[in-house]
Write a protein that binds this ligand. Structure first.
Ligand SMILES: [Zn+2]
Length: 217
């Protein structure tokens, strides 16, 4: 078992040009971090979850290029340029930057904030893999912000996912050394869990809540 890639052709919904790029089709991992970063076997495949247009820098998941989604993907090359010129875009290293730009595009497109948050979380994972704590903090804060918006606006349909997101906010706060907020969100997580199938999440929450109280980060 190994990571597999495929070269695929896409038509950019932003500039209309055609390009070919490498996309990951299968990954192997053994275990994960407490914020669900998978421990990949071999190189980090995360950057290849996204396809980036070589002409205008539009970036998104392969499904964002599907013709049936193109109406939801209306963005102009000048909007992309603006994103690339944001002060934060200059500070984030190349690989996590892919997720930052994709997240900003999702913000512009007013996509479900839950998906936007997931892009920022993946960006934060990429920063951890290359050991860039400063950029990781920026992306973790963005992930928290959009997970919270998703909860406030009830954009997450599955109650199980609501529990996972509530936990993730707590765990990201713990990683940001905001113990008070972490405590509040871990407590809130416990209250959301009703499904016995989510016993694993209850145990994980209790473990991380204990780390939050007794360990120096
Ligand atoms: Zn393009």
């Amino acid at each position: 078992m190994t990571t597999k890639y495929n070269n695929e052709t896409f038509i950019c919904p932003c500039c209309g040009k055609e390009f070919e790029t490498k996309i990951v089709t299968m990954i192997t991992h053994e275990g994960q971090d407490s914020d669900f970063l998978p421990h990949f076997v071999g190189e980090n495949p995360l950057p290849f979850y996204l396809a980036q247009c070589i002409y205008c820098n539009f970036i998104g998941y392969p499904e964002d290029y599907a013709p049936e989604n193109s109406q939801k993907t209306e963005i102009t090359p000048s909007q992309i340029k603006k994103i690339l010129n944001l002060p934060l875009s200059k500070k984030i290293p190349e690989i996590p930057l892919r997720f930052f730009i994709a997240g900003k595009i999702y913000e512009e497109l007013k996509r479900n904030p839950y998906f936007t948050a997931n892009l920022y979380l993946r960006g934060a994972w990429c920063c951890r893999i290359i050991d860039n704590r400063k950029a990781e903090i920026e992306l973790q804060q963005l992930a928290i912000r959009f997970f919270k918006i998703a909860l406030e606006k009830s954009t997450i349909s599955s109650p199980d996912t609501v529990s996972v997101v509530t936990y993730l906010i707590g765990e990201l706060y713990r990683r940001l050394e905001d113990r008070k907020s972490a405590r509040e969100w871990f407590e809130a997580t416990v209250e959301t869990i009703i499904d016995p199938e989510q016993q694993w999440l209850l145990e994980l929450t209790q473990k991380q809540a204990e780390l939050n109280e007794y360990l120096i980060n």
